[in-house]
Design a protein around this ligand. Structure first.
Ligand code: FRU
Length: 475
């Protein structure tokens, strides 16, 4: 096993990151609640956990370029998931087995330590490689931290040759958990016949892993499953996957890639059955979510509030030297047979009541706010900053921008919708350039980035009760 804590490359990378971070991310679109990169680019949440009372959120980080680059793990900590402290970079791409990126992974808290599992990405150079079946290494790597601040030697645990037959080079994003004294790891994969699947390994010691089972849908569903996550929520077992390659029919009106979940019945380690696929989020900016169990037992999930490989729309923060953020942390629950999401309850103590109304509502300078609209009768229309409409029309909930120009408030975003048989309530959490909309107690969610010139709220919902809360600025 190779294991080097700090070599010459680590030292220089550390210096380069420090220099890059001197130009801290700025501009008028900086969110106040949503986690964003100190500078440059952020994608997936990684290693989410609560360790000795402290929340840890690592993130895929490319500090040198707001449009991405080699990935490392940046690190935030918090005592309440509202106020976060940037701790610097924890894992650099500095070893032969992760030199093209410390890719996504997870944290396991066990025997008083934090175990971080991730994919070491290696891209080989040769014209003959197609980078699907050849030219790429996906190594499973472990790093142990005793204190959540310092990170030990990297241990390469598995390589492509250790994964089951029939897979391409695309195997990644280990999520690890413990059940009945055994450790399990789930990874995302692309098979040689271009279908997405998740593969499960088991271990008795967290280091030696053997293949256990493959999980896939009855019919092929996309060509690659990224960032798999397996969780139990109020007694319901969920397999969350981020899927590449869904095309045709409803998918043509959705994002380039999807994130959603199957409910799992039977035995995930043996004979199982997957339900239909439900999207976690119907908006424009949502991918690669990861969950963790807080010490009080809640399942909390954060997603990347962005979209990879997306030509349709962009983010106006690139000119300010940064791009992307996480969703605000969400509690996941099962309620009346449905999986629901809501902003973590820690936010409640920062809400200051501003104004209430019925039927019609107008507010000019809203800032960071939470808008609750309850007892909706039938008609519902909300306009934010004159450009972003949330409406209920013909049984569909719709998020729509009036101008799709890439320099406008939408930065190119158009329309997303989903059928909602009956609309009861809507909660809108808006934070400068982030909007998350929770429908019917979080049974459906829409998230989007937007770039407003002015902060205006206009509501028309005859018969409904409307309440506006401002959220005390957090950053
Ligand atoms: C998902 C993903 C992961 C990968 C990481 C690299 O957005 O593609 O599969 O590990 O991003 O940054």
């Amino acid at each position: 096993m190779r294991g080097i804590v700090m070599n010459a490359l680590t030292k220089d990378l550390k210096k380069c990151v420090k220099i890059a971070e001197k130009e801290a991310a700025g501009g008028r679109f900086l969110p106040k609640l949503h986690l964003m990169p100190p500078v440059g680019w952020l994608n997936d949440p990684n290693g989410l956990c609560q360790f000795n009372g402290v929340y840890h959120a690592f993130f895929q980080y490319s500090p040198f370029d707001a449009c991405g680059g080699v990935k490392m793990w940046g690190h935030y900590t918090s005592s309440d998931m509202i106020f976060w402290k940037y701790e610097g970079v924890s894992l650099y791409p500095d070893q032969p087995f992760d030199c093209h990126g410390v890719y996504s992974g997870s944290a396991l808290i066990d025997d008083g330590k934090m175990y971080l599992y991730y994919t070491g990405n290696v891209k080989l150079e040769d014209e003959s490689y197609d980078y699907v079946n050849s030219g790429r290494e996906a190594n499973t790597v472990l790093v142990v931290s005793e204190d959540g601040k310092t990170f030990g030697c990297k241990k390469e645990l598995m390589r492509n040759s250790d994964y089951p037959e029939g897979l391409t080079c695309h195997v990644r994003d280990p999520k690890v958990w413990k059940e009945d004294g055994t450790y399990y790891m789930i990874q995302g994969a692309r098979t040689k016949d271009d279908t997405g699947k998740a593969i499960i390994f088991e271990s008795k010691d967290k280091i030696h892993w053997t293949y256990k089972n493959s999980i896939t849908s009855a019919q092929p569903f996309g060509y690659m499953w990224e960032c798999p996550d397996y969780m139990e929520v109020d007694g319901v077992h969920l397999l969350s996957v981020s899927v590449q390659g869904l095309e045709g029919g409803i998918w043509d009106e959705r994002n380039v890639y999807q994130s959603g979940y199957f409910t799992v019945s039977g035995d995930i380690f043996g004979a199982y059955e997957l339900s239909e696929y439900h999207l976690w989020d119907y908006g424009f900016d949502y991918y690669a979510p990861q969950s963790f169990q807080a010490e009080d037992g809640r399942t909390i999930q954060l997603g990347w509030m962005g979209m990879p490989d997306c030509d349709e729309y962009t983010n106006l923060t690139i000119e300010d030297g940064w791009q992307h953020c996480f969703t605000f942390p969400r509690e996941i629950h099962a309620k009346d047979g449905r999986i629901v999401q809501k902003p973590i309850r820690e936010l409640d103590q920062y809400k200051i009541f501003v104004q209430e109304g019925t039927d019609e509502f107008f507010y000019r300078d809203a800032g960071v706010f939470d808008l609750k609209i309850e007892h909706i009768q039938e008609q519902f229309n909300v306009k934010l900053s004159k450009e972003l409409t949330l409406a209920y029309e013909n049984g569909q909930f719709c998020m729509r921008f009036s101008d799709q120009d890439k320099t406008s408030v939408s930065a190119g975003r158009g329309c997303r919708k989903v059928s909602v048989p009956q609309l009861d309530n809507v909660e809108i959490l808006a934070d400068v350039s982030c909007v998350e909309v929770f429908i019917n107690d979080g049974a459906y969610v829409f998230s989007t980035r937007y770039y407003p010139q002015e902060n205006m709220i206009e509501v028309s919902a005859p018969g409904a009760d409307i309440q506006l809360y401002q959220i005390e600025a957090c950053r």
